[in-house]
Structure formats: C-alpha cells, structure tokens
Design a protein around this ligand. Structure first.
Ligand code: ATP
Length: 281
C-alpha cells in the first residue's frame, strides 16, 4: 500500500482554517471527483479524478489541447464544470467559492493584469485584496520585487512589461498571501533561466513548508526535477498518475533509465514515425 510522508500542517497567516465539509476531501489539498467539461460536442475534460496531498508538488502534463488549462480553470473557480466536484483544502470550490479562493493562489494561463498599474502597485493591490496586514504587504512586496528581479521596473506600468515580467509579477501576486494551495498554469513559459531558477527555489521552499503546488508544464526537465507526483492527461482523460518512479516502472518496464519524456511519449502513444516534410526534398 502506498504511504505518504507525514506533513506538518501548513502555517497559514491569513487563510481560513480547513472546514469539515467533506471528510474525505479534507485529507487532501486538492480533490476532483468526476470532473467534466464539455464545449458543445467536444469533451475537453472527461471524468477527471485526482487527489493531491498537502505539501505535494504535483506536475500536470499533456500534449497541446489535452485539457490541462480547462481542468485548472475548473479547479480554481474560473470555469464552471459541466459536472463533477472540486475541493480545495476540503472546501467545495463551486459551493463556497470565496472561502476556497482564500485558500489558493493562482497563476492562470491568460494573465488578466491591471495594465495601468505599476508592478509594485499590482502586487500591493493583490496583498490588500487578500486582507494581508499593510506592513506585511509592503515588506513582502519589496522582497518579491527584489528576488524576482523586478525592482528596477517596479515603477513601470504593466502594459510596458515583457511576457516574462508579466508572469513574474502575476506569480508574486499569487503567492504574497501565503496560500495553502498554489495553481500555476505554465509558470516557466517565457521565463529566462535565471528567473526560472529563482522561481523553482521559491516554489520548493513553499512545498517544504507545507504548501501544495499544482502546476502544468511542457518542460519535462523542470517537472522531473521538482515534482513529487505527476499526472498525464490526454484528450481529456487522465492516462497516468503517480510518482516519477511509478510512472517509469509502469510505462517503460525494464528501462530504469527512461526519462520523463520517454514515459510521456509512451503513455500518450506517440510512435516513432517519419516527421520529415516531403516538400523539402
Ligand atoms: N472556451 C472554449 N471553447 C471551446 N473549446 C475550448 C475552449 N477552451 C478550450 N477548448 C478546447 O478544449 C480542449 C482542451 O483545451 P485546453 O486549453 O484545456 O488544453 P491544454 O492541455 O491546456 O493545451 P495547451 O498545452 O496547448 O495549453 C482543446 O481541444 C480546446 O480547443
């Protein structure tokens, strides 16, 4: 039987305590039960059942159009599921959205930022929105700006930020209130190697302190390095889930040296075909 390491309860400054709504869901940081999203005839997410323990660093993988962003949007309260349930910290996200949102930090796929605010104003605004005491907002904002290498551009309006800078400012706003659970949709896309290292360090530090992180990515090396568990979704269906070791054993049998990329390609059934363009010959 699978065992999980004992987790110290996350130290939460400002979020509400866990509720006893659902006995099963409370032992998980995130739980989805038969989550479905249909867009007309298209089944984008097909009965997704996922359970993520507190303190886990969960990587969500899948090819383009597999249903990752759609799943995340349903988990964080941005897109109402066609059917199914989502619990975050034991709170039903669609029954009790405000309480659920207080427990989470979110870096969505499409960043809807306040373009006319400066970076500093935006992060500060996010802190106040979550009810963080003013002195802490100021201190944390300055630290985040410095660590994420945004201090020199803190007075610039977000409309003038690069793609990577926008992502970093959105990440700062997502973590400033020290949420229990953080959802990140492609956090490393468009981020330079230096900032990528900084973000990895911050996220690892958060999980060490009990925060749960759920993130989607196409960057296998990052997922391999960071994640304690991985889920692979293909055409809306969760096709594999487990630790890297478990996935390796299941997907690659005897090949102990299989990389996550090997496992991924194997699980989603990519064959070694000729991908040359005929008209280049
Ligand atoms: N608002 C929408 N209306 C119609 N179809 C949608 C909508 N949003 C997503 N889809 C479809 O749902 C499927 C899953 O899309 P989703 O964005 O979740 O994929 P993804 O795994 O995040 O892909 P990527 O890695 O390319 O970002 C795709 O076929 C997409 O075209």
């Amino acid at each position: 039987m699978e065992t999980f390491p004992e987790q110290t309860p996350p130290s939460i400054d400002y979020a509400q305590p866990l509720l006893e709504h659902n006995q099963l869901a409370t032992s998980y940081a995130i739980q989805t039960q038969d989550l479905v999203q249909n867009f007309g005839q298209k089944v984008a997410v097909n009965h997704l059942n996922l359970s993520v323990r507190p303190g886990e660093f969960f990587g969500f993988l899948g090819p383009n159009g597999a249903g990752k962003s759609t799943s995340i949007k349903m988990m964080v309260g941005l897109l109402r599921p066609t059917s199914g349930k989502v619990y975050v910290g034991g709170v039903d996200v669609w029954q009790d959205p405000l309480r659920a949102r207080a427990l989470m930090g979110v870096l969505p796929e499409h960043l809807n930022l306040y373009e006319r605010l400066t970076g500093r104003e935006f992060i500060t605004f996010a802190g106040h929105m979550y009810g963080v005491p003013a002195a802490d907002v100021t201190r944390r904002t300055e630290e985040l700006l410095r660590v994420l290498d945004l201090a020199d551009d803190a007075e610039k309006m977000i409309v003038d930020y690069s793609v990577g800078m926008r992502k970093k400012v959105a990440l700062a706003a997502a973590i400033l209130h020290r949420p229990q659970v953080i959802f990140l949709d492609e956090p490393f896309e468009g981020i330079d190697p230096v900032s990528s290292r900084v973000i990895r360090d911050i996220l690892q530090d958060l999980t060490r302190r009990g925060t749960t992180i759920f993130f989607s990515s196409h960057i296998m090396a990052v997922v391999e390095r960071l994640c304690t568990r991985v889920g692979i979704i293909n055409q809306g269906v969760l096709v594999a889930e487990g630790t890297l070791q478990e996935l390796r054993e299941r997907a690659s049998g005897e090949d102990k040296d299989a990389t996550l990329e090997d496992v991924f390609l194997n699980v989603i059934g990519v064959r070694n075909e000729n991908h040359n363009l005929s008209w280049l010959e």
